[in-house]
Design a protein around this ligand. Sequence first.
Ligand code: PGA
Length: 252
Amino acid sequence: MKQPLIVANWKCNPTTLAEAQKLLKTIEKGVKNIKKVEVVICPPFVYLSGFRFRASGFRLGAQDCFWEEKGAFTGEISAKMLKGLGCKYVIIGHSERKGHLKETNEMIAKKMKAAIAAGLKPIFCIGETQKEKREGQGLRTLNSQISKGLKDIKEKEARNIIIAYEPVWAIGTGKPCEVDTTLTKSLIIRQVLKKRYSLSLSRKTRILYGGSVTSQNALKYIRGAKMNGLLVGGASLKAQEFSKIVKEVSKS
Ligand code: PGA
């Protein structure tokens, strides 16, 4: 398996490019000389072109992309444009986009296809809501999100996908998923991938955990739940805390 991936999802933060560059600089200083971990910084679109990494092991990622390459689509940013700016990764299907912007599984499927075609590695977010969890629908949700989101993705293309298991109820709540449950969910995701593609692909696909990750619990997900990385929201905006997360994971 490749080295762990730590993804910083800055969401709609911070509010100026100067602050964003300062945050990046402080993080880079904090994780100096860290090896064995790949760090992906996903700032808002408007900061992407203003970012240059000084530390090694850092990569640029975007938080979303549009499915068409170009055209009359006011306000959209295409996967090809992101690739041109130096992005290697793109987050797709984050639950906040589904919730606030009514992004559907069909839209997500088109974005996945476009991201791969543009040469980006999509970080495909899946996870059940509190209601689905309460009603015992968690597994059905994961199954359906995978089959709909990867609808048009063939095995060859699927090799570039990273899956982020992010239970919606754990995002930004300070209530992370239990390590054992996370491990079970990742095994289920691998089963679904095996059925859909092959054993080899199901083994090679990187699965990340996201939802209230901190420096206290980060390593437990890597060691205990055997996750291949983490998707970090709130804690990625605090330079010291995020650097600690990266350092913790580098012990794995
Ligand atoms: P959180 O967010 O770490 O603040 O829970 C994770 C995410 O939304 O990806």
